[in-house]
Design a binder for this molecule. Structure first.
Ligand SMILES: [Zn+2]
Length: 197
């Protein structure tokens, strides 16, 4: 059984997950464990999904029977979060932020907010399986072992866990990071073929 932390109660429900593959939990689990209870609703945290070998969440095998992604899907089906967030850590800044990523990996490039903290979309496999296009699903990436990035990520997660709606998060993003926010939203709309968000 994967360890969960439940903070607060009632709606809305948010689910934050770290340690999605390989050793990235080393750089992200303590951030997730340090979060406080939300002002309203529930925050459920899975600080370390797994420490088993790295399989990309873009790979079908991640969600295959017996694989780590099965636990993610089971948690989402059970909790039905309105806000879903993955916290990853990376070594390959150039690969994740490459504007050609859409052609190479089939998903939009991540966008840097500040201090190496990147924002992007979750795996389209998970998105299609578990969410509607209008749910708020976020993926943050932070560089492995960078204190400044960890501080900023914690701050962003503290804010996100208090959001009660997708729009509240988008307003915050556009207010604090106008350029990056617009690019992230444009990527998202283009990727999912949505006219209006
Ligand atoms: Zn990852």
């Amino acid at each position: 059984m994967v360890r969960r932390i439940t903070l607060g109660n009632g709606d809305p429900k948010r689910l934050f997950i770290g340690g999605l593959h390989g050793d990235e939990w080393r750089y992200t689990s303590s951030i997730l464990e340090s979060l406080d209870a939300p002002g309203t609703g529930t925050l459920i945290i899975i600080p370390k999904l797994t420490d088993r070998a790295y399989i990309s969440t873009l790979d079908d095998r991640y969600y295959d029977y017996g694989s780590y992604g099965r636990d993610v899907i089971a948690a989402i089906v059970e909790i039905k979060p309105e806000i879903y967030l993955e916290l990853h850590s990376y070594h390959d800044f150039d690969g994740l932020t490459d504007p050609g990523r859409i052609h190479k990996a089939g998903v939009p490039a991540y966008i840097e907010l500040d201090d190496g903290v990147l924002i992007g979309s979750i795996s389209p496999i998970l998105r299609r399986t578990c969410f509607s296009m209008y749910d708020l699903c976020l993926s943050f990436e932070i560089p492995a072992g960078n204190r400044k990035s960890q501080r900023l990520a914690r701050e962003l997660l503290e804010f996100t866990k208090d959001c009660v709606s997708r729009d509240e998060f988008l307003d915050f993003l556009l207010d604090r990071y106008p350029d990056q926010g617009l690019r992230a939203i444009e990527n998202y709309k283009r990727f999912y073929g949505i006219e209006k968000i």
